[in-house]
Write a new protein. Structure first.
Length: 108
């Protein structure tokens, strides 16, 4: 009985020490190993399909970025935010000219 009580804290300490190693298995970026292998920026399959490409027409929910120069973007261009991504678009046709990047990257 005494040995069991003594081994329990040692086992708990060993498990806590190994926890950071299992987190590092995803590449250190918080990406699960299965998604890290796909080389798509750690996007889940459903999210990867929601990214617009060059020439696609943006429809539905979007937010026009007012005063883009404030975020280091060209103030003479039109930018839309769709979900977590920023796109440079033609304001007349709403066609994507290029993907600028993720919102988090623009705000940093």
């Amino acid at each position: 009985m005494r040995k069991t009580i003594l081994l329990s804290p040692i086992l708990a300490a060993a498990l806590l020490a190994l926890a950071p190693l299992s987190a590092a298995a995803g590449g250190g970026k918080g990406c699960p190993p299965g998604l890290a292998k796909k080389q798509n920026g750690c996007l889940p399959p459903g999210q990867a399909q929601k990214v617009y490409g060059r020439g696609d027409v943006i429809g539905g929910d979007y937010i026009v970025i007012g005063n883009p120069g404030r975020y280091g973007l060209d103030p003479n261009e039109s930018y839309y935010r769709v979900g977590d991504y920023i796109y440079r678009v033609d304001p007349d046709t709403r066609k994507v000219l290029n993907l600028i990047g993720a919102v988090a990257a623009i705000l940093n």
